[in-house]
Design a protein around this ligand. Structure first.
Ligand SMILES: [Zn+2]
Ligand SMILES: [Zn+2]
Length: 172
């Protein structure tokens, strides 16, 4: 399997859409991501951008990975500027400029019935059963020494809905 060079992709977007000003974060493949194509994990030491491994097996792998990288870099860019870095209006504006998508077009497993979102880091988590009181593991690890903290409680955002599939040809 030909591995896409994530660092090179980051650098291309950085020059194309961010004036080359974004400091390079840690960039890595994540083999465990299934319902989300990528994620951004902020940290004052060194932020992390992760891309789901399985994207490499998709037909349009390179396009999908570029799209995902662009999306995560917008979160990162807002965070670097100390702005709110969720899917807000600034995010959407930049998203249109880059031509990347809002949703993961090819979740590995679907459909899960319930979608929870962490309002802090914007991660979406699809599950089969409703959760009682779950918090975002990434945020609890990052900000609460791994302990449950109600600030990072997951919020039910969608039900019985699949992530919206999108045409990737349009976004390349
Ligand atoms: Zn979170
Ligand atoms: Zn996002």
């Amino acid at each position: 399997m030909k591995r896409v060079d994530l660092v090179r992709m980051f650098t291309e977007w950085n020059l194309k859409a961010f004036d080359g000003e974004l400091p390079i974060p840690e960039i890595r493949w994540n083999p465990r991501l299934r319902t989300t194509a990528g994620r951004f994990i902020p940290s004052r030491k060194k932020s992390i951008i992760e891309v789901a491994d399985y994207l490499q097996e998709e037909e349009n792998a390179e396009l999908l990975i570029r799209d995902t990288m662009g999306h995560e870099m917008i979160h990162y860019w807002l965070w670097v500027m100390r702005e709110p870095y969720g899917h807000n209006s600034a995010f959407h504006k930049k998203m249109e400029e880059l031509g990347v998508s809002r949703y993961n077009p090819v979740p590995r497993h679907r459909p899960f019935k319930h979608c929870y979102v962490c309002d802090h880091c914007t991660q979406q988590i699809w599950v089969r059963k409703r959760l009682k009181a779950a918090a975002c593991a990434a945020c609890c690890n990052e900000h609460s020494s791994g302990k449950y903290h109600p600030q990072f409680k997951l919020r039910l955002s969608q039900e019985n809905l699949e992530p919206v599939p999108q045409q990737n040809e349009a976004s390349g």
